[in-house]
Structure formats: structure tokens, C-alpha cells
Design a protein around this ligand. Structure first.
Ligand code: NAD
Ligand code: 6OD
Length: 520
């Protein structure tokens, strides 16, 4: 059984799929919407602007409406792009690197000054535990601005002395110029982290941006717009448009002729659609897409440490991290021990209210996404998998039953060709399979159209190097997972993306390098 469609990009067909629950509707037809919920507005030219059409922002923990969001139509997106075009040529263009870096430090401080508000908003929008938002998302949101402020101040540029055919010399040196207006489209799993990961280097390089966060998680982008206003980022440099993808703000933005480059994080299928929209303008794109990441666990690993970290690698953020390990390969001599220990670990996880400090796992993002994850659980059963643990929806007997929870789930016994092993599920679930040799483990790990991240667990240093270099991915972790140094190249191969961001790689995407050649 395969859920792979003809173009090779996974598409899950969801039986009886619900239409997107918080799909836009005219305000007067809001139905079950909570009309007293606060409105999240677009931010254009330094001002918050509403729109005729509002859609609901849903709390995934209990299905309630937490805000109403102004959907940007083509005219709002056009206004945002036009003011951004003016901004890149205005006062902002005269700012030097030190002045821009100073502004990025202020933005970081502005996020930290409202830390608790950001944490609460991120947790309410995504359903992630408040402790996780406080440990990961919001600190990284601030760090992204600080790190790129540091990097832009010291970024090297190339210079060559060139010998000319007549025995004289020329000096070649490169200059970094802004690329112009950057369209930034981001997903819902790590909303602030992933948005700022792109906004910070784009501003560091002197661009203006129009950002479109996921329709599922508009809150922290809106708070970020307030920070931009409060620290006096020049008008038009940071603009925010809310809405959906196809036929909405996302599509309007990426296909707008005034946008000079598009950076996108999200699903591989969406990347393909955005690439098409960018083709007529030959716009540069940077894509961070899906993954079906392998973990290879050798018998000589540090067992307790491996289980501890693999629990995060599989279940962190309810498995909704593009880097999560959904395919786990374990050397046969420790396979039974590993499956049993991971089962106990999964069953010890506290699935609960995001606001409860003891909660390890919150809900999935939406009813639609839960239906997708459950469709894989059903497929696994039909294919004869062993459901080692989980595989269902937990029952709480309270308002969480209106939320979008699933149990942490471990599968075994599926063929490598099955859709559960081939396609990105993006939930708290993995498939564990045994291997007998290093070669077999490498072959299984690389047997995928994705290529984002891999992890290897061993105490044999030579093996770690040998296996790591054979992984067909953008990032390989050895004895760790999601350990980040923001200066390193980050991205994927195959269906996992185009290009690299991080450190100088980001600067190179968000700027035009001009070479100047002077005959001496
Ligand atoms: P998605 O592709 O459905 O949506 C991402 C964003 O794209 C949203 O803002 C959406 O509105 C917008 N969009 C959708 N269609 C569009 C179109 N035609 N034109 C313009 N914009 C459009 O992804 P998602 O469901 O929000 O996020 C989950 C996916 O993101 C997973 O596949 C995950 O692996 C991937 N992801 C990858 C990385 C990475 O760094 N590689 C990081 C996080 C998430
Ligand atoms: O850490 C990062 O910079 C990054 N882009 C993480 C992506 C996580 C995916 O969900």
C-alpha cells in the first residue's frame, strides 16, 4: 500500500476529511465563532490594518476560538509589497551594517521584554506545552536576531588579486547588497522560531520583508509586528499579511511581481506550488521542506542517554518537528530491549493541557492534521503492523476531548515500502526496525526521497564518521538531536529542500553579491 501520488510527492488522501476547520468566512456568517475574541490584524507600513474577511484562530487543546484573524486580500498584499519596495530605497537603504545590527539587538530585547506574552501566545496557538515554548521557541526567536546581528558585523567578503594576460594585476572584490523585497512564508509547528530564522538575516542584509505566517498560528507574528513598531523599525521594512496559501495571501505574495525572492518553510508539495508561482519572475527561492528522518542505533551506544534523547527525537512538539525521527533502525542484538524501553518511555509521557507545567505532549495542530495522522495509524493496522503502544485518541473526560490529541505511538513490523515508512506523518509516531549490518542500516536510512536530517547513536568514533558521511541528508547528528549552532548550514536534499540557510549561507541568500574588478 502506498499513499505516494504520481509526481513522487507524498499526498495523503484522508477519507471523510473535514474541510479546513478555521477556513475563512465572511464575518456575518461566522457561525460558531467567538465574536468577542481579539482580532489579529495585518501590519503594513508600520500600521495595523484590518480586512473585510476574518477567520478563526483555534486553540488545538480544546477547539475553542482564541482570536479572529484579518485575511489579507490581494489589495492588502499589494500594499505591503509596494511599501516594502519603497522602504528598501528609503531611509533604511542609508543604514550601515552597524546600525542595522543595533536594530536587530533591539528587536531581540523587545521579544525578551514580552517573553511571557510570546510564550503564552505560542502555546495557545500551537498547543505546545508552555514549558517547551519557554525553553525553545521564544528564546530561539530572540537568539535568531542576536546571532545574525553578530554575523553581519563580521561577515567576510572575497577579494582576489588577479594576474592579467599582460603581466599586470587587477583587484577583484565582492560587495553585499540587499536583494530587495523578500516574501517569507512559514508553517505552524515552530511559528516564531522559523519566522525569525528568516526575518533576522533578511533584515541584517538590508532587505524589506513581507511575511505570511501559517493561518493556524498567526499570534506570535502579530506580537513580533508590535515589537517592530515599538523599537522603531522604519515603516515598510517589516510587513505582515495573514491568510491561507492557495488563492489567498500566500499565493498573492509569492506570485507578486514586486517580490524579489521567496523563502519558504513547509511541506514539499507546497514548495512545488510556490516554485511554479516564482518561475515566471525567475525569483530565487530557499526552501526548507519535509523530512522522513532516520535514526540508526548501534548496540554500542550509550543506552540510557540514547533512549532519553530518542524520546525527544520522536515525540518533541508532539512529533511536529521537521527533524523528528520517524524511522528508527536498531542493531538486532538490542532491538527487543530498545522497543520495550521506548514503549515504557512513550507511556510515561504526560499528554495534557499545554498550560500544565508537567505536560510533555500537547495536541496536534488541527482536526485536519489529526485526521491525517490517524489515517496512517489505520493504514498501519491494515498492513499488519504491531502497534507497540498508542495508535489512538486519548480520552480525558473534559474539554480536551474537543481538542486534537493523539497518543504517542510506536509501530513495528511494517515493510520498508509501506506508506507509514515512506511518507512524512508529522505526528508523535515512529516505526522501529532491526538491522544486522552497518551497510544494511545505511541502505535503509537512505532509501527515501527526502533528505533532511539523520541521527547516529554509537560510541565507536570511526564508525560515527564513516556512517555520517554516507547519510544522504543536509544534517547528521551523532549522539544528539536538534543540537543547533546557527552558523552552520541548515537545509535538505531531495524533497527536503533547496539551498542552505544558517550563518553566511543565509546572508548569501538574502543578498546580491556584486563583484567589482579594478585593473591596477
Ligand atoms: P504547509 O506547506 O501546508 O504550509 C506552510 C505555509 O505555506 C503556510 O503559511 C501556508 O499558508 C502556506 N501556503 C500553502 N500553500 C501555499 C501556496 N500555494 N502559496 C503560498 N503559500 C502557501 O506546511 P505546514 O503544514 O504549515 O507545516 C508542516 C510541514 O512543514 C511539514 O511537512 C514539515 O516537515 C515542514 N517543515 C519543514 C521544516 C524545515 O526546516 N525543513 C521546518 C518546519 C516544518
Ligand atoms: O533550528 C532551525 O533553524 C530550524 N530551521 C529548525 C527547523 C525545524 C523544523 O521543524
Amino acid at each position: 500500500m502506498s499513499c505516494i501520488n504520481g509526481d513522487g510527492i507524498p499526498e495523503v488522501r484522508i477519507p471523510n476529511a473535514m474541510s479546513v476547520q478555521n477556513r475563512v468566512m465572511p464575518e456575518t456568517e461566522a457561525g460558531s465563532s467567538n465574536v468577542s475574541a481579539p482580532e489579529l490584524k495585518n501590519f503594513v507600513n508600520g500600521e495595523f490594518v484590518s480586512s473585510e474577511r476574518l477567520f478563526d484562530d483555534i486553540n488545538p487543546a480544546d477547539g475553542t476560538v482564541i482570536a479572529r484573524v484579518a485575511e489579507a486580500g490581494p489589495e492588502v498584499v499589494d500594499a505591503a509589497v509596494q511599501v516594502a519596495r519603497r522602504a528598501v530605497k528609503g531611509e533604511w537603504a542609508s543604514w550601515g551594517v552597524r546600525q542595522r545590527a543595533a536594530m536587530l539587538y533591539k528587536i531581540a530585547a523587545g521579544i525578551e521584554a514580552r517573553f511571557d506574552e510570546f510564550v503564552r501566545a505560542e502555546s495557545a496557538d500551537t498547543g505546545k506545552p508552555i514549558a517547551l515554548a519557554a525553553r525553545l521557541d521564544v528564546p530561539r526567536g530572540a537568539a535568531n536576531f542576536r546571532v545574525f546581528a553578530d554575523i553581519i558585523k563580521t561577515a567576510p567578503l572575497e577579494a582576489f588579486e588577479t594576474e592579467t594576460p599582460d603581466g599586470k594585476h587587477a583587484l577583484n572584490y565582492a560587495l553585499r547588497k540587499p536583494i530587495g523585497v523578500v516574501g517569507i512564508i512559514t508553517p505552524w509547528n515552530l511559528p516564531l522560531l522559523l519566522l525569525t530564522w528568516k526575518v533576522a538575516p533578511a533584515l541584517a542584509c538590508g532587505n524589506a520583508v513581507v511575511v505570511k505566517p501559517s493561518e493556524e498560528t498567526p499570534a506570535t507574528a502579530t506580537l513580533l509586528a508590535e515589537v517592530m513598531r515599538d523599537v522603531s523599525v522604519p515603516r515598510g521594512v517589516f510587513n505582515l499579511v495573514h491568510g491561507f496559501g492557495e488563492g489567498s495571501a500566500g499565493e498573492h505574495l509569492v506570485s507578486h511581481p514586486g517580490v524579489n525572492a521567496v523563502t519558504f518553510t513547509g511541506e514539499s508539495r507546497t514548495g512545488a506550488a510556490i516554485m511554479k508561482a516564482c518561475a515566471p519572475g525567475v525569483k530565487p527561492v530557499s526552501f526548507e521542506l519535509g523530512g522522513k528522518n532516520p535514526a540508526i542505533i548501534f548496540a554500542d551506544c550509550d543506552r540510557d542517554e540514547t533512549v532519553q534523547q530518542m524520546s525527544d527525537a520522536i515525540f518533541l512538539n508532539t512529533g511536529q518537528v521537521c527533524l523528528c525521527a520517524e524511522r528508527v533502525y536498531v542493531e538486532r542484538s538490542i532491538y527487543s530491549w530498545f522497543v520495550e524501553t521506548m514503549k515504557q518511555k512513550a507511556e510515561s509521557l504526560n499528554v495534557g493541557w499545554p498550560s500544565d507545567k508537567a505536560t510533555n505532549l500537547g495536541p496536534l495542530i488541527s482536526a485536519t492534521h489529526r485526521e491525517k495522522v490517524l489515517s496512517y495509524f489505520r493504514a498501519a493496522r491494515e498492513l499488519g503492523a504491531t502497534i507497540v503502544t498508542g495508535g489512538d485518541v486519548p480520552q480525558f473526560g473534559d474539554a480536551r476531548d474537543n481538542g486534537f490529541y493523539v497518543q504517542p505511538t510506536i509501530l513495528t513490523g511494517l515493510p520498508e515500502s509501506s506508506c507509514c515508512v515512506k511518507e512524512e506523518i508529522f505526528g508523535p509516531v515512529c516505526h522501529i526496525a532491526p538491522f544486522d549490518s552497518e551497510e544494511e542500516a545505511i541502505a535503509m536510512a537512505n532509501d527515501t526521497e527526502y533528505g533532511l536530517a539523520a541521527s547516529i547513536w554509537t560510541n565507536d568514533l570511526k564508525r560515527a564518521h564513516r556512517v555520517a558521511r554516507q547519510m544522504n541528508v543536509g544534517i547528521t547528528w551523532v549522539n544528539c538531536w536538534f543540537l543547533r549552532d546557527l552558523r552552520t548550514p541548515f537545509g535538505g536534499v531531495g524533497l527536503s529542500g533547496i539551498g542552505r540557510e544558517g550563518g553566511l549561507h543565509s546572508l548569501n541568500f538574502y543578498s546580491e553579491l556584486n563583484n567589482i574588478c579594478i585593473r591596477l
